[in-house]
Design a protein around this ligand. Structure first.
Ligand SMILES: C[S@@+](CC[C@H](N)C(=O)[O-])C[C@H]1O[C@@H](n2cnc3c(N)ncnc32)[C@H](O)[C@@H]1O
Length: 281
């Protein structure tokens, strides 16, 4: 298995068919395939070719041109949305016990009245809402005098819609204590509905990580389990973009199987190698 999907060989997708799919996604959805790992993309396109019983990659291209719903489904398969509240709990423990206290004491030292947090590739909101829960639960006093913003972005509009709704199956909350579930969720029709007081702490926006020019200035950036799908040269470009968006001393958190690459290594120092936490130089 790879990323929850069965490891199967890709169907033969000719360079012409691949190019057609690339253009369809770019022209009709503004989605740029170029920066992703091609092997991974081919395997995922193959999944949709099989699922739609298309005889060839070319006939799948015809289907794509004529079916908005298939276009949406392909986009969904290409942008993997697996997430969970408190995914990799030790990372959030480190944020709670070490990183947030540092950021707040820096704010008070420098007399700053704002703290900007950015969750990149936020899927259905589990990650930014986890940050909001930690802030509400542990840093209520610290956040009173400071304007804390949590921006959460993703390329996929469907997943952002789910994030705004904030109703989750129990599997998404597997790493959360019963007490926290009880305090911040309303259980209705077997879904956990996040309370408005937490929902309103996060703003969601559609944005492609590829558009480096649109990066927001931030004090803390979480970009976990997103870079893994990108070509190394693109990872380097994105990481350089994060370094530019962070002030000196700003914090970057990557996923457990991700790391700094190339020239970006000169822009950060490592705070916690195990939890992939870095500080901007
Ligand atoms: C595996 S999820 C990670 C969710 C969360 N960060 C976590 O670690 O649990 C990857 C997310 O990255 C998003 N993504 C993929 N390509 C993207 C792009 N070009 N720009 C922004 N987000 C992207 C996907 O839509 C998906 O929601």
């Amino acid at each position: 298995m790879t990323n929850g999907l069965p490891e199967r060989t890709s169907l033969d997708i000719s360079p012409e068919a691949f190019e057609t799919i690339r253009k369809i996604l770019k022209n009709l959805k503004g989605f740029n395939l170029d920066c992703y790992k091609e092997k991974c993309i081919r395997r995922r396109i193959s999944i949709r070719i099989r699922a739609t019983h298309s005889k060839t990659a070319e006939s799948y291209c015809d289907l794509l041109l004529n079916s908005e719903s298939e276009l949406e489904l392909l986009l969904k398969v290409l942008t993997i949305h697996v997430s969970q509240f408190f995914r990799n709990p030790a990372t959030f423990e480190k944020l709670k016990n070490d990183i947030f206290p540092r950021l707040f004491s820096r704010c008070s030292r420098e007399g700053r009245r704002e703290l900007r947090i950015w969750s990149v590739g936020c899927a259905s909101g589990e990650e930014p809402y986890t940050l909001a829960l930690i802030l509400k639960d542990t840093f209520d006093a610290e956040t009173r005098g400071i304007d804390v913003s949590i921006l959460a972005t993703d390329v996929d509009t469907g997943t952002l819609e789910a994030a705004r709704t904030a109703a989750y199956g129990v599997d998404r909350l597997a790493e959360m204590s019963e007490s926290m579930k009880g305090r911040y969720f309303d259980l209705r029709e077997s879904k956990y509905h996040l309370l408005p007081e937490i929902k309103r702490l996060v703003s969601f926006r559609q944005s492609d990580i590829y558009d480096i020019g649109g990066y927001e200035a931030s004090d803390l950036i979480l970009c976990r389990n997103v870079l893994i799908y990108f070509e190394r040269s693109q990872q380097e470009r994105i990481l350089e973009g994060f370094a530019d968006a962070l002030p000196r001393g700003g914090i970057l958190v990557l996923g457990k199987s991700e790391t700094l690459v190339g020239s970006s290594r000169r822009r950060f120092t490592t705070v916690c190698p195990v939890e992939r936490i870095y500080q901007s130089l």
